[in-house]
Ligand binder design. Structure first.
Ligand SMILES: O=C(O)CNC(=O)[C@H](CS)NC(=O)CCC(=O)C(=O)O
Length: 270
């Protein structure tokens, strides 16, 4: 593993596939011009809108998004995570909320289907019933071992509230935890940063957390603050509230140092 720059992209995705892909392309271009070699896009980056529209356009979104990720990775010669987009499950009307990691030569490196679905009545008046359109993945996420970039573990959004998933990833050697999200503004203001720092500290891993921000559609407001956190829990970059990027250096020497200073992973009893 070498030292390199990673970027967490922050966008305001809307119910318009092509608009979102254009916005994502601009931000990937910005990240690459600043030197990023690993670039993460947030949950719902290619489509964020009403559940019924997402299902109606499911096949088109899935195909265009996969093609886009392969094209961007190859054109810019970087590794890209598409942090969550719908892929229809064989004909039962539901989709998997899928994250896809693609290499600079356009090869699929890892794929994860979101396991924990957001079925929550948020006290801001919005009701979320992700399971009405999404089928829960049945498998724990993979850790992809890159000779250059380190061991990369995948997850999506609401997963961040389930530390056992990240323990699984760190037990399988993860150095970097991807947590792409579309966090609600209401929960995000109190929970987002604390949860991300907790996952970084307790697993002594880098956290790369791309995010949605602003008003995506109707009353849907997302929290923003895409960030990169180091294995000590220090926030290295925070994208604030506007679309943009958080960019920071991922260093194997820092991983080694923190794991020497705080060897908690070695003291696990259970
Ligand atoms: O609502 C949309 O249109 C898009 N949102 C999503 O796709 C997902 C599932 S509904 N959002 C979350 O998981 C938020 C979790 C969260 O905010 C928390 O854990 O507090």
């Amino acid at each position: 593993m070498k030292s390199y720059l990673a970027a967490a992209i922050q966008m305001t995705s809307v119910p318009d596939l092509q608009k979102n892909l254009d916005q994502a392309e601009e931000l990937i271009d910005l990240a690459v011009r600043q030197g990023a070699e690993l670039v993460g896009l947030p949950e719902n980056f290619s489509f964020m809108g009403e559940e019924k529209d997402k299902i109606a356009q499911g096949n088109a979104i899935a195909q265009a998004t996969e093609t886009f990720l392969h094209q961007m990775a190859q054109r810019f010669q970087v590794t890209i995570l598409g942090g969550g987009f719908p892929i229809p499950v064989n004909s039962n009307g539901k989709v998997y909320n899928t994250a896809l990691l693609v290499s600079p030569n356009g090869q699929e490196l890892a794929r994860y289907q979101k396991v924990h679905l957001f079925d929550v009545n948020v006290p801001d008046g919005n009701t979320y019933q992700e399971s009405s359109t999404v089928k829960a993945g049945q498998e724990l996420p993979a850790v992809y071992s890159s000779p250059d970039l380190g061991k990369i573990g995948l997850s999506i959004c609401y997963d961040v509230r389930f530390p056992e998933l990240y323990r699984h990833l760190s037990s399988h050697g993860a150095d970097i935890l991807f947590i792409p999200a579309a966090f609600t503004a209401f929960t995000g203001k109190d929970h987002w940063q604390v949860l991300l720092q907790s996952r970084a500290i307790e697993n002594t891993c880098y956290v790369i957390a791309p995010a949605q921000t602003g008003t995506n559609y109707h009353r849907r407001q997302t929290h923003g603050h895409a960030m990169i956190i180091d294995p000590w829990g220090v926030i290295l970059a925070d994208a604030g509230e506007k679309p943009g990027i958080a960019i920071a250096e991922i260093k194997p020497t820092r991983l080694e140092q923190v794991r020497r200073q705080m060897p908690s992973l070695q003291h696990r009893v259970f």
